[in-house]
Design a protein around this ligand. Structure first.
Ligand SMILES: Nc1nc2c(ncn2[C@@H]2O[C@H](COP(=O)(O)OP(=O)(O)OP(=O)(O)O)[C@@H](O)[C@H]2O)c(=O)[nH]1
Ligand SMILES: [Mg+2]
Length: 739
């Protein structure tokens, strides 16, 4: 009896130009939620998925978009490496799905011609036919299939159209062997490629023809260095071959473009029809306004203001936040009533609830922020904003290409820094990475909101349209942007000089954001926030609590009051109501003194007093200073730490109130004055707007730049900037607002 051979597995790579719907299609096929967005450069890392069809398992790899398989930037390199099976721990795909944007077939077929030469079974998904139709463009899919000699499936990824047929076609690849591709190159070039492949065979036997071509075409020597390592003989051979080709006519780099576009023209002959008069679409009309220098800028500012107003609104965010606070108060009440005084109770109430709870109350704001960001990403507006910003950016030595990475950094610097992979120029990319953490990320928002809500008066102007609190928040975001501009400019003029390349970015068509897409982005981000609060912030909170609870010498702390307490308790026996109240009050005062004393003698308290001179000029007491240091792993930790510290040393009866109330009443130990006022609040906000308190960001900078030098540089420059910024803010605002 024979044993069935294991079913052959298909591994299909999704390739194509940026923003053609690859990830949307990947999600539709695999049921995964890979990030999509209506602008080029959303996917910067490969992602795996699978689907099952009639019992056949198919692996999918979603790849970053690329215009060509001639790699120039790290994200394009990923695609080429995966296709050639050169990635460590990565299965070499045995089929390719090329996604083609029907509204721009000419340009999209360029990469199809390159993919064909890889010699892998290939399918073309003709996507975005709806957008093509809007523009009066029709593509004859059947004819295209004939001409290409590849299966062409019509899809509309965002509506899940054509997925079933696509699955069928993918499965059918199992039976069909790949057809050898006819080369678009002229005969003399093909001859050289053949010869080179023979030469290469000695170095690496399974070198695809494609790689031989690339080696001849790549005059920068990038591939030769990175991929082959064939020694001096091979190098000499390549140089000679190039020279002999160049003598026959075209300069080497042009050979490819000319040959491929000739091929594309032939393929498309009679396949694409256009309406005689190019239709002015709604997108075009909207763009007239939104990319206008003045109207567009006004619109941008209005959108941003609206977004922050919404984040800050009492109606939605405020009420939801109140609800969450109420829940934590109830939980604290239950714990308080049911546990005996001691370390465990303190850990739960002063540590976990005050700390983690203090961070979690910002969940509604996080949801609203990401709701807006998801809409902006999906409708296509971001690409317009990048276009607008290009003019501004070119003045400081960055191109519009830096805009999307920087904009993503408003949500979180980590994906922002990764998005910088789409920038080809090494120095541009580095500058973008170094200033990305200055964009106010969502981890700063809780800090801003807490301090704004507690200390900035709730006033509004322009008939209630703009509130002072929103303005203060907005100015923190603007501060980050201005700092980034200054730093980028300085880096350009000093350690990273260079020319800014001109910026070319396609403007995607506007589309109505998909509700389910927007909601799922929101849920995903909300969940990430909750998870972070439950893990990293929780762990930091427990550590901070332990450091500020131990060592605990209650006897020593109580000693100065011991006699008085005995006396007061004795008096209480015989006191009338009024006297009893006074005694109770005095007892609770003593309790606060003792708590304060215990905190001051805790590990953190002792360390805090040691650093107090350094933070005093910023208007901070040692508790704020300790909280700022403890928040090195993540900015939100300042909130949980302040929650712990001000709760541990705070008034007993105020324990279950929201943090913003607790800090309002916090007092300096020596003068009994309030610790917090507007200048202190502003100086903390400015510090957190500019500081590098995020270990994960620094780790990503290390990974992306492959060196410790840049994360260290980032940390140092941002910390200096933050300190100086906070110092100036406090001193100047104290001059105007205090006394
Ligand atoms: N109108 C229309 N929109 C589509 C279609 N397919 C995808 N989209 C939208 O096009 C945008 C881009 O989709 P993505 O899947 O992120 O594109 P991508 O090719 O992965 O882009 P990169 O990762 O940047 O290369 C998203 O807003 C999708 O919702 C389609 O057939 N018609
Ligand atoms: Mg993608």
């Amino acid at each position: 009896m024979s044993v069935d051979a294991p079913a052959q597995t298909l591994t299909v790579a999704l390739v194509g130009n940026p923003n053609t719907g690859k990830s949307t299609l990947f999600n539709g096929l695999s049921g995964i939620r890979q990030k999509t967005g209506n602008y080029p450069g959303v996917t910067v890392e490969k992602k795996h998925g699978t689907f099952n069809h009639h019992g056949q398992k198919v692996n999918l790899i979603d790849l970053p978009g690329t215009y060509s398989l001639a790699p120039r930037s790290p994200d394009e390199m990923v695609t080429v490496d995966v296709l050639l099976g050169r990635q460590a721990n990565e299965i070499k795909p045995n089929a390719v799905l090329v996604i083609v944007d029907a509204s721009n077939v000419e340009r999209n077929l360029y990469i199809v011609s390159q993919v064909k030469e890889l010699g892998l079974p290939t399918i073309v998904a003709l996507n975005m036919g709806d957008i093509a139709a809007d523009r009066g463009i029709t593509v004859d899919a059947a004819k295209l299939q004939d001409r290409l000699g590849l299966p062409v499936v019509v899809t509309q990824a965002n509506r899940r159209g054509g997925l079933e047929q696509l699955r069928e076609t993918i499965i059918s690849l199992l039976e069909k062997p790949a057809t050898a591709a006819e080369s678009p190159f002229p005969a003399e070039f093909r001859e050289k490629v053949d010869q080179l492949q023979t030469q290469l065979g000695k170095v690496s036997p399974d070198t695809p023809r494609y790689l031989a071509e690339r080696l001849l075409l790549d005059t920068t020597g990038y591939l030769e260095k990175e991929m082959i390592g064939g020694g001096q003989d091979l190098h000499n051979w390549i140089v000679e071959a190039r020279q002999s080709l160049a003598q026959q006519g075209q300069p080497i780099p042009a050979i490819e473009a000319i040959s491929r576009y000739k091929w594309v023209q032939q393929v498309l002959e009679g396949v694409v029809t256009r309406e005689a008069n190019r239709r002015v679409t709604l997108s075009d009309r909207i763009d007239k306004v939104l990319t206008n220098r003045i109207a567009g800028t006004v619109f941008f500012v209005v959108i941003m203001t609206l977004m922050f107003q919404a984040v800050f609104s009492d109606l939605v965010a405020g009420n939801l936040m109140g609800g969450i606070e109420w829940i934590f108060e109830q939980v604290a009440g239950v714990v308080d009533a049911n546990l005996a005084d001691g370390a465990l109770k303190s850990l739960l109430i002063d540590g976990v609830i005050a700390g983690v709870g203090g961070v979690l109350v910002f969940l509604p704001q996080i949801c609203i922020l990401f709701f807006f960001i998801a809409i902006l990403e999906d409708c296509g507006y971001l690409a317009r904003a990048a276009y607008l910003m290009d003019r501004l950016f070119s003045k400081i030595g960055l191109s519009g290409k830096s805009f999307i990475p920087l904009l993503s950094s408003f949500a979180c610097a980590i994906p922002g820094i990764m998005a910088a992979r789409v920038i080809e120029n090494r120095r541009d990319r580095l500058i973008t990475i170094l200033v990305a953490p200055l964009m106010s990320c969502s981890a700063r928002m809780p800090v801003y909101i807490l301090l704004t809500a507690a200390f900035i008066p709730d006033e509004s102007y322009l008939f209630g349209l703009i509130s002072l609190q929103t303005l203060v928040m907005l100015s923190m975001y603007i501060l980050g942007i201005l700092a980034a501009v200054g730093v980028a400019f300085t880096l350009r003029k000093t350690i990273l000089p260079g020319e800014t390349p001109p910026f070319v970015m396609e403007l995607p068509s506007y589309k109505f954001p998909s509700i389910s897409g927007v909601l799922s982005v929101m849920v995903e981000k909300a969940w990430a926030f909750v998870r972070r609060a439950g893990t990293l912030i929780f762990a930091m909170t427990v550590i901070v609590w332990a450091l500020s609870y131990f060592p605990r010498d209650e006897k020593a702390a109580v000693a100065p009051f011991a006699d008085e307490v005995v006396q007061l308790n004795a008096d209480l026996e015989t006191a009338n109501t009024a006297e009893a109240n006074a005694i109770e009050e005095r007892l609770s005062e003593i309790q606060n003194e003792v708590d304060g004393e215990l905190l001051r003698h805790s590990f953190l308290g002792m360390a805090g007093h040691w650093i107090e001179p350094a933070v005093r000029p910023l208007g901070w007491d040692w508790r704020i200073g300790s909280a700022a240091i403890a928040s090195f792993p993540a900015r939100e930790v300042i909130i949980s730490t302040m929650g712990v510290l001000y709760n541990l040393g705070g008034d007993e009866d105020e324990e279950s109130q929201p943090l913003r109330e607790t800090i309002k009443s916090a007092k300096w130990a020596d003068t009994e004055e309030n610790v917090f006022n507007i200048p202190v609040a502003l100086s903390i906000m400015v510090f957190f707007a500019l500081c590098a308190q995020c270990a994960a960001t620094l780790a990503v900078i290390k990974r992306e730049t492959n060196s410790w030098r840049w994360p260290i540089f980032t940390f140092v420059y941002m910390t200096v900037l933050a300190y100086v910024g906070a110092l100036v803010t406090y001193q100047v605002s104290a001059l105007f607002l205090l006394n």
